[in-house]
Ligand binder design. Structure first.
Ligand code: FES
Length: 104
């Protein structure tokens, strides 16, 4: 059963910004695009450990700042080399001022 975990407040992450949080042992980037949409993606690139959440966001894609691999922010799927492994990605739920991620 999926559980909602509070990871931040709405004020913690402005549009176009990100915040790194820990959920257990997992380092997660809470990412907002310029339009204010929310995403949660594992902050460790599967190519060489790059800080994925620091990458440029384009639509529902994010580019690893280290070598440019592109990932889908909704699924975590690697879309271009040099990465080919998936990263974790979780739905974000906003409840009042709380930012929560949905984990299985
Ligand atoms: S560490 Fe992300 S593309 Fe190399």
């Amino acid at each position: 059963m999926a559980e909602l975990i509070k990871v931040a407040t709405v004020r913690d992450v402005a549009p176009g910004e990100h915040k790194i949080v820990m959920a257990g042992d997992t380092k997660i980037g809470i990412v907002r695009d310029a339009a204010g949409n929310w995403f949660a993606i594992e902050d460790v690139c599967t190519h060489d450990g790059g800080p994925l959440a620091e990458g440029e966001v384009e639509g529902t894609r994010i580019y690893c700042p280290r070598h440019g691999a592109k990932f889908d922010l909704k699924t975590g799927k690697a879309l271009t080399l040099p990465a080919f492994g998936k990263v974790g990605a979780w739905p974000v739920v906003i409840e009042g001022n709380d930012v929560k991620i949905q984990r299985a």
